[in-house]
Ligand binder design. Structure first.
Ligand code: NAG
Ligand code: NAG
Ligand code: NAG
Length: 845
């Protein structure tokens, strides 16, 4: 509809000059005043039409960055110190090894850097942002409750750091917090010499003034002020450690929060550690504020260089607290921390009921770490996405907004991703529903007037600095699986029959947003036939990719129709739509508003007869995508030209391989068995009595297809593109490897089918137990072996692959827990915590 309007206006513009020419002619031939009037009127009409046209163009261009006109989920100051003092401060900088900030737009940031003085490298490697290149043996939160405290271990080459923090309420600005950073040597032969650097940096507002010791060497404290925090003081109490240590500092100006390390490098110089032995060491060079900087220093770093072991204490104290019972250091710190830890342990046992089960201590610790990393990696970001619609010649800024969100990977993906976040919150909502509701509300408030939410959120300088340019711009034609529906289903379950005003308020706020979101998918992501759906964003013109990627589906290179066209439709998206329609219908019913259209759409989308007509391949006996497809594609190096002279180098010798199609594609079902074919089962749309169910279960359990000792692989070995590169440089991603979010959905579905009356219960039950043990055993043993939870796992060896740590949805596998039953071996009992309760929440057919 919009595009025809658009065309009509284009014609108006074309008519404009022609009209004027006509007017000119008429004037010379005839000086009749009435025709003059006609002429003037025509000009006026043209001007009006043109003005209308430009206005409309402007409207189209602006649309993408116009927020949805509906009450927001969050009150305007919902994260302020006044409204929510408890979660004001936090380790909301998951991209750093250890960093603190508030949930305000331009919070000052606090954080840790460190360097090993016994390094041969120049300049020395300074650790700051989580980076796989640092090759740390492991790091991550062991315990973190998302609100009050966290304890993290970081294992570097010859030493280990423990970073703990606790918060204490009081005053008007979110209270105090203290951190304890302990460095211990892990190398008996070599006593380490390590610099710990703790900084405060301003994000464009407020000021900081260091207080230097009498000998001019040490920053004793930093007095700061910012509009949100008022006056505050950061102090570094004198250490009681007997290890030899020296102090230095840096006071300078950084041009942005993404430039802190650079500013630090600029301030570094080399001195002798020990005059007699002349061991060189790297020290910060004191006050170095460039003279041309008007607003003075905005980056202050405390440095201690020390032999190990050593503990650095950092104390942040709000100026609005006038009477403290004591200061949060030493014994006070330790005992308050111990109290939080014991409350954490107790809550963990209650929530996940591990007490009654025979888990080893190591397995319990592992489960706690998995949960803690999910919760402890929640960040707070502020900024504007770069977005583009067909009406924008250049990318434009979305409105500036805040996002409180989990992140898939602190090293590799330290920012919000729409479809990951749904999975994250299956776990977070189990631990702390308030945190989840807050996260989901932040995401839903990012919806624009069209009903679109950008799928990757790159907000602020630090986030932007970590994303290659080509991935920054988000396009409003592109969707992503609406996984937020999954945790919403869980959270809303208890609200549907609730009389509480708070619950009703949440449902009332969420409903219009979900409706608009659904309508966006239901109009922009539709397929060629009624009730078919199609992921947009595939490139139909490339010859570089074996199978053009479908990034929007979340499953990147999972094979779809070989030739993207408008004829194709995708079974996974149809299932997501069914789920969404069902949830909206439920909420409508609970609020007593008309949800008939959603109930009807849900009924159509879960109708197994229709589903089978559209997506069941009789030939392959599997659910499939439909489209223009051939299996006969290969990547080949372009042939050198035939008329090459002797001795002449073929010009295309170094050319990338291109796709060569060896048989004409035909309209039909796409030949691929894997996660996408499972979707009607994964989202519990297949009827428990359907013979298709036993077929799916049988194929799922077959090693020829997707079964492995470590979980379900993404693509069956019988599929032509199994484990194939997608271009010369793109290794297989969703073409064989095991992914934990999908295994999690599979376990949820198996549990549903094993408990629902039907002919295939026993089959589901058997596979459920086996799969559960395989998935959990593997993640656990890989964690013990490598120190990390991984992005995905090799289907042949079970080894962790891709980025790490990946404590986003991979943490689900660890924390998905379940009653044991006698069949599973107790030694390998899984620690899967969340999904048991989750199962019944999926909509029943
Ligand atoms: C430092 O040394 C003194 C005396 O040797 C000892 O009493 C004290 O416990 C030591 N402190 C620490 C933190 O090791
Ligand atoms: C700091 O933490 C370590 C262990 O995390 C603990 O042993 C030490 O006592 C703490 N130091 C202080 C001063 O609280
Ligand atoms: C979704 O789209 C279909 C096809 O246009 C329509 O029949 C259906 O009513 C829509 N569903 C809702 C809930 O709007």
């Amino acid at each position: 509809m919009t595009s025809t309007k658009h065309l009509r206006h284009r014609n108006v513009q074309r008519d404009g000059p022609r009209l004027e020419r006509k007017i000119d002619k008429s004037r010379t031939k005839n000086s009749d005043s009435s025709s003059k009037l006609v002429a003037i009127a025509s000009v006026l009409v043209t001007i009006l039409l043109l003005a209308g046209y430009f206005r409309y163009q402007m409207y189209l261009r602006e649309k993408i960055k116009t927020p949805l006109y509906a009450p927001t989920m969050l009150a305007k100051d919902s994260t302020s110190a006044k409204s929510d003092p408890e979660r004001y401060w936090g380790s909301y900088r998951p991209n750093t090894y250890f960093g603190m900030r508030t949930r305000t737009q331009r919070s000052p940031v606090f954080g840790l850097m460190w360097l090993n003085q016994f390094t041969q490298q120049m300049p020395p490697p300074i650790r700051h942002w989580c980076d796989q290149g640092d090759r740390l043996r492991r790091y991550g939160w062991l315990k973190h409750d998302g609100v009050n405290f966290g304890v993290q271990e970081i294992v570097d080459s010859d030493f280990m750091l423990t970073t703990s923090f606790i918060k204490r309420a009081g005053g008007d600005h979110g209270g105090d917090w203290s951190a304890n950073i302990t460095a211990t040597s892990t190398n008996k032969e070599r006593a380490g010499l390590v610099s710990l650097m703790f900084y405060v940096a301003l994000d464009g507002s407020g000021h900081v003034e260091p207080v230097i010791s009498k000998n001019g060497q040490r920053i004793n404290s930093i007095n700061g002020y910012s509009p949100e925090l008022g006056h505050y003081r950061l102090s570094f109490p004198k250490s009681t450690s007997n290890s030899t240590h020296k102090h230095n500092y840096l006071i300078t100006h950084a041009t942005g929060l993404d430039k802190l390390k650079e500013a630090m490098m600029n301030g570094i110089r080399v001195e002798a550690w020990d005059k007699s032995r002349r061991v060189p060491y790297f020290v910060l060079g004191g006050r170095q504020v460039p003279i041309d900087v008007e607003d003075g220093s905005n980056f202050v770093v405390f440095q201690v260089t020390t032999e190990l072991p050593y503990t650095l204490e950092v104390m942040y104290e709000s100026g609005s607290i006038y009477e403290r019972p004591n200061r949060l250091q030493g014994e006070v710190f330790s005992s308050l921390l111990a109290q939080h830890v014991s409350e954490f342990d107790k809550k963990f046992d209650e929530k996940f009921d591990l007490k009654s089960k025979a888990f080893s201590q190591s397995q319990v610790d592992f489960a706690k770490a998995a949960l803690s990393n999910m919760v402890g990696s929640v960040g707070y970001f502020y900024g504007a996405s770069l977005v583009q619609s067909v009406y924008n010649e250049e990318p434009v800024n979305y409105w500036k907004a805040a996002l409180y969100t989990g992140v898939p990977s602190r090293s590799f993906f330290p920012r919000g991703f729409l479809w990951d976040e749904g999975f994250h919150n299956l776990l977070i909502s189990k631990w702390d529903p308030e945190i989840s509701k807050d996260i989901l509300s932040h995401w839903l408030d990012l919806m624009n007037t069209e009903g679109w939410i950008p799928r990757e959120q790159i907000l602020g300088d630090e986030a932007r600095a970590r994303v290659p340019d080509e991935f920054v711009v988000q396009r409003n034609t592109n969707a992503n699986p609406p996984t937020l529906i999954l945790p919403l289903q869980r959270l809303i379950k208890s609200m549907l029959d609730s009389d509480k005003e708070k619950d009703k308020k949440f449902l009332k706020a969420v409903l219009p947003r979900l409706q608009t979101w659904f309508q966006w998918y239901n109009t922009t992501q539709i397929g060629p036939k009624r009730f078919t759906y199609q992921w947009r964003g595939r490139d139909g013109h490339t010859n570089k990719e074996l199978n053009p990627k479908t990034l929007t589906s979340g499953l990147d290179d999972y094979p779809r129709a070989s030739h993207p066209t408008n004829d194709e439709y995708h079974v996974d998206l149809r299932c997501w739509m069914a789920l969404s329609a069902g949830l909206i219908a439920d909420i409508s019913k609970s609020l007593g508003v008309d949800g008939a259209e959603y109930a009807a759409t849900h009924a159509v989308l879960t109708d197994n007869g229709l589903l089978d007509d559209l997506h069941w391949s009789e030939k392959k006996q599997q659910y499939s995508d439909y489209g223009l497809h051939t299996d006969k594609v290969r990547l080949e190096r372009p042939k050198p030209p035939a008329n090459l002279q002797p001795g002449q180098r073929p010009p295309n010798m170094n050319m990338d391989k291109v796709r060569v199609v060896h048989a004409d594609p035909e309209l039909g079902f796409v030949n691929a068995f894997g996660y996408v074919s499972l979707f009607p089962f994964l989202l519990k749309i297949v009827e428990p009595s359907s013979p298709k169910l036993t077929r799916i279960l049988t194929d799922m359990r077959s090693e020829k297809h997707i079964w492995t000792d470590f979980g379900l692989r993404s693509l069956g070995q019988t599929t032509p593109l199994y484990n194939r590169y997608n271009s010369e440089h793109d290794p297989p991603y969703w073409r064989g490897a095991l992914w934990i979010n999908m295994n999690y959905l599979a376990l949820g579905a198996l549990d549903f089918y094993r408990k629902t009356p039907g002919p295939y219960r026993a089959q589901a039950d058997e596979i459920y137990t086996e799969l559960r043990n395989n998935v959990v055993n593997n993640i656990y043993s890989q964690y013990m072996r490598t120190g990390y939870i991984w992005e995905n796992y090799n289907d042949k060896t079970g080894e962790g692959k891709g980025c790490h740590p990946f404590t986003g949805w991979s943490a689900l596998g660890l924390v998905t827990g379940v009653a044991t039953g006698t069949r599973s071996s107790p030694a390998h009992e899984l620690l899967i915590i969340g999904y048991f309760d989750n199962l019944c929440l999926f909509r029943q057919i």
